[in-house]
Design a protein around this ligand. Sequence first.
Ligand code: EPS
Length: 387
Amino acid sequence: LRYLTAGETHGPQLTAIIEGLPSNMKLDFDALNFQLQRRQKGYGRGRRMQIEKDTAQIVGGVRHGYTTGAPVAVVVENKDWTHWRNIMNIEPIEGSDEEKRRVHRPRPGHADLNGGLKYNLKDLRNVLERSSARETTVRVAVGAIARQFLEQFGIKVAGQVIRIGEIEAPPHNLSIDELIEATEASSVRVVDKETEKKMEAYIDQIKQEGDSIGGIVECIVEGVPIGLGSHVQYDRKLDGRIAQGVMSINAFKGVEIGIGFEAGKLRGSQVHDEILYNEKDGFTRATNRLGGFEGGMTNGMPIVVRGVMKPIPTLYKPLQSVDIDTKEPFTAQVERSDACAVPAASVVMEHVVAWEVAKAFLEKFGGDSMEEIRANYENYKAQLERY
Ligand code: EPS
């Protein structure tokens, strides 16, 4: 299972091609678009989200609502493109004002300068258009398909915001369904209403000061069978692959599984999850500090992943930089940005994690049709019971 994406933030569309999905998988188009809408929400988003109405068009690999086993092609239009037609035109245009609109002032924290130097591009728009977090739209579309696949095997994915800047959400012990319901009803994807109010006020303050703010998000995957991923080779360790996926989300600077960095402060006896057994559930764990992983394999406990997002670097409050033409210093001035995109990033992370889990699931139970995969899965479950 693999996919590639293409498309620019102000180009006509974002495109993804997914290869390796089985045949006979029912696709719920409304559920797919619901995930795209979730990504667009969140307190602290900028004006761009009022322009976009993200919907996925499937343009290959699906017929009468079911996958055929052929590559699935997904397209999401950029409504904002109509305002950028000339600047983003693919063919050269006569009398183009493109030179005047050239971006030559790199923003600290963005891909602008590194990308310009590396690809030898003197218009930094050619870098920023692709490095924009707009691309996460189509990654959510892809992940939403993976999520639907997982749901057919009783696997559920949830996400929540743990921190925005100085404000931390208190712990809770909701079930995954309750968590999904509570975060869905929150503007900042937290359970606690008091925290939600504090976070909103905090984001307002940050915005007013011309600044931006990041945070920490968590993803939980429940219903995962024991044994996804493998200890035998570095690139088969599923926790490692999830970490790569999460780090690849725009602006993410760190990942942890389970108690993560806390493990460096505690003793072995305080970290490891004791093994229990009962007739009904088989082998279980007393706790889940290791976030569902031992030896790069799932252990049947929920997968718990956290990621930290840095504040968005496009600031109203200018930072010092250097013009690539004149080599003179300047302070960047911008027009449009998200003061906080942490709630949206939480939705993105759910889908990035769902993708990695679906991929590992297909590697273990792989088959060309849903029927074949289901038979392999049932067979493995029976084997676990007999063990
Ligand atoms: C982004 C900048 C903003 C965000 C964008 C990511 O876009 P624009 O430059 O058009 O105002 O709104 O996010 C999205 C478009 C999106 O769909 O999430 C950036 O520089 O990364």
